[in-house]
Design a protein around this ligand. Sequence first.
Ligand code: ADP
Ligand code: MG
Ligand code: MG
Ligand code: MG
Length: 390
Amino acid sequence: VIQETYQPLTEETAILLAKERNLFSENSTLSCTEIGDGNLNLVFHIKDQDGKGIIIKQALPYAKVVGESWPLTLKRATIEAEALKLFKKHAPDFVPDVYYTNEVLAITIMEDLSHLTISRKGLIDGNEYPLLASHLGTYLANTTFFTSEFGVDKGQKKELVGKFINPELCKITEDLIFSDPYFDAETNDFEPQLTSTVEKLWKDTELKLQVALLRKSFLTEAEALLHGDLHTGSLFVSKEETKVIDPEFAYFGPVGFDIGQVIANLLFQAIAFEEKSDSIYSQVRTFWNVYQNQFSILWEHDNLEPFARIDGFLSSTLQKYFQDAVGFAGCELIRRTIGLAHVADLDGLPDEKERIAAKEKSLALGRELILKRNEFTSIEELVTFLQTKK
Ligand code: ADP
Ligand code: MG
Ligand code: MG
Ligand code: MG
């Protein structure tokens, strides 16, 4: 199966590959199902007769978006595999094991997490994940600290920055998050009832300036290795476990971007289900507090930066991450409401009036978070602000 040239696997060749790699004992009977969502990647789930499984994720050389397809580099499979390995090293509890990768085939073979649930689905179904927020805080503190100049040798960091140049996937983010929602782009997708609000947003030069600044930060600030697509669809969860998957958008960017995506995707739950808002706000609080505590502990014990002991350096670093995160969260709220890729939390609301009202709320909140981000000096101020918006 392992060939000199790229070829999409089938359920049959995926099994042959698993056998060839000795991932199962010789006499096992294997079955395989393709379980991906089919836009960018194939995901094969292979199981033996006892239900023991593995996952093979393979990148496709194109993306199916807006009805047509555009070519997309297979290199992202290598980026994803390398990012998984590095994140695994720094946050072992929260990342699947990688068993094998192949650059030519653009595949990663990894731990089967099918005993867990994708958190977006679980949350929409009304389940609670009491450890999710603190797990994510620890995961992100570790991965962002140990890939920043505070936690890794500066020469090594520069090498990593070069290894994780990810221009095509970054361009998707630059367009879909920081550009298209702010003008009449073909990729946008929203209900006619939102038209007047959206047209106002397109003329909102104050807002567009702040988005331009956040976009510039995304384009230029190589603070740490980001996941780059850290929404609740990239998290496998149970009451006990959290695993972060799908880092194909990984690149060195502003730390607040990942933090902000987590916050925004939690907030969709509060926007869609009013009765959950207190619980969601307290999860946002826990997430940031755990991030901050863990990052501060690492700063204290593992900092390689000679200036680390200067009074105020840690607190201004955290303050910058936090304010950036608030702004990036605002961008995520807006783009998931009117841009190309939506979230089921909002789209799935069956009552039309309720759905439109939730989307209006998401747009208004997104706008305020972007404009006011530098006014928030603590998580309590953010939570208080969110509570007044209910
Ligand atoms: P994409 O980049 O195409 O979004 P993902 O990595 O998010 O791909 O995977 C798509 C889907 O495949 C996930 O939502 C999940 O259902 C399934 N999947 C991916 N990785 C695993 C895994 N390690 N174990 C079990 N299922 C997985
Ligand atoms: Mg998917
Ligand atoms: Mg995904
Ligand atoms: Mg993906």
